[in-house]
Design a binder for this molecule. Structure first.
Ligand code: FES
Length: 149
């Protein structure tokens, strides 16, 4: 091995070790960012309680050994079918409210506004409201909420 080969190998080994160190530091600082979220399907309501048309708020409680979550979602029913929206604003996570007169979701924190499809129409939110997965089985409506497993 001549001096040039040695130097190439040394540089490769150095950058490999540096990459591993950076990944370790990032995973130590931001462990939840790297950890994958799992979708848990929870019972929400009977199918007969769904809105015939329009948007309605449904509350739910999710419990497991580690946590209890008391929250809500918005269900939208129209000619396109059913959609479930997360109530968390995509700007900084405040809860949005449905305004049935303006036909908009409104976030009071910084003036974010979303249309009936959850798309941003005003304010700082960078993305539409999150649509949650759902399932209807035997007349029961289940929604998928994402949590760190
Ligand atoms: S958190 Fe909703 S607009 Fe800022």
């Amino acid at each position: 091995m001549d001096r040039r080969d040695f130097l190439k190998r040394f540089i490769k080994a150095f950058f490999f070790a540096l990459s591993l160190s950076i990944i370790s530091i990032i995973s130590y600082i931001y462990p939840t960012k790297i950890k994958q979220k799992k979708t848990f399907y929870i019972y929400l309501t009977e199918e007969e309680n769904l809105p015939k048309i329009g948007i309605r708020r449904f509350e739910y409680i999710f419990k497991n050994e580690e946590k209890t979550i008391n929250s809500f979602v918005f269900l939208k029913k129209d000619d396109k079918g059913l959609a479930v929206f997360s109530p968390f604003c995509t700007h900084l996570g405040c809860l949005v409210k449905w305004n049935n007169i303006q036909k908009e979701f409104i976030c009071a924190c910084h003036g974010g506004r979303f249309d009936v499809e959850g798309k941003v129409i005003a304010g700082p939110p960078p993305m539409p409201l999150e649509r949650l997965p759902f399932d209807i089985k035997d007349g029961k409506v289940y929604i998928g909420i994402k949590l760190y497993g």
